[in-house]
Design a protein around this ligand. Structure first.
Ligand code: GNR
Ligand code: NI
Length: 166
């Protein structure tokens, strides 16, 4: 396994729209392992391929408290909004380190995706899992949580992150 480098906002590569994977091969399996390692290393609960500059529709998630439930989603689609009532959650992002912003999203959605065995799956998700899945699908579409806040706040975050560049 290898650690991957995470792109930091306002890196323009975070705006790339990722390409569908289609057939799940060894390179996708290796990518998802490396992404899980990178996510755990950064103490994140999700990571999209876009964030590591791989523009394929893959993301990983582990919202379990003891970090023992890795999940991989390939070519994910939200097929139905099961509860359109939006819930606000204070979101963080490994590409926007140190900032947390309230984002409102539908609280329950139905998601279809391909698993690591190449099988198409369908799942109903809610609560924190629904927040993170929607956050990751946004990444694959080049969208970031700062797009939900005021342009004044976004500009402030952009300037701070440009200054603290490592
Ligand atoms: O680690 C993360 N925590 C988080 C908290 C609330 C809503 C979404 C997230 S995802 C984030 C990791 C990340 O940047 N994924 O893209
Ligand atoms: Ni993120």
């Amino acid at each position: 396994m290898s650690l991957l480098k995470i792109l930091i906002f306002p890196d323009p590569r975070l705006r790339t729209v990722a390409e569908p994977v289609g057939v799940v091969d060894e390179s996708i399996k290796k990518l998802s392992e490396d992404m899980l390692e990178t996510m755990y290393e950064g103490s994140g609960i999700g990571l999209a391929a876009t964030q590591v500059n791989i523009h394929k529709r893959v993301f990983v998630i582990d919202i379990s408290p003891d970090k023992t439930e890795p999940r991989v989603f390939i070519d994910p689609e939200i097929v139905e909004i099961l509860n359109p009532e939006k819930k606000s959650y204070s979101e963080g992002c490994l590409s926007i380190p140190g900032f947390y912003e309230e984002v409102k999203r539908p609280s329950k959605v139905k998601v279809s995706f391909t698993d690591l065995n190449g099988q198409r799956q369908m799942d109903e998700i809610e609560d924190l899992m629904a927040v993170v899945v929607q956050h990751e699908i946004d990444h694959l579409n080049g969208k970031l949580m700062v797009d939900f806040i005021s342009s004044v706040k976004r500009e402030m975050i952009r300037k701070k992150l440009l200054k603290t560049k490592v």
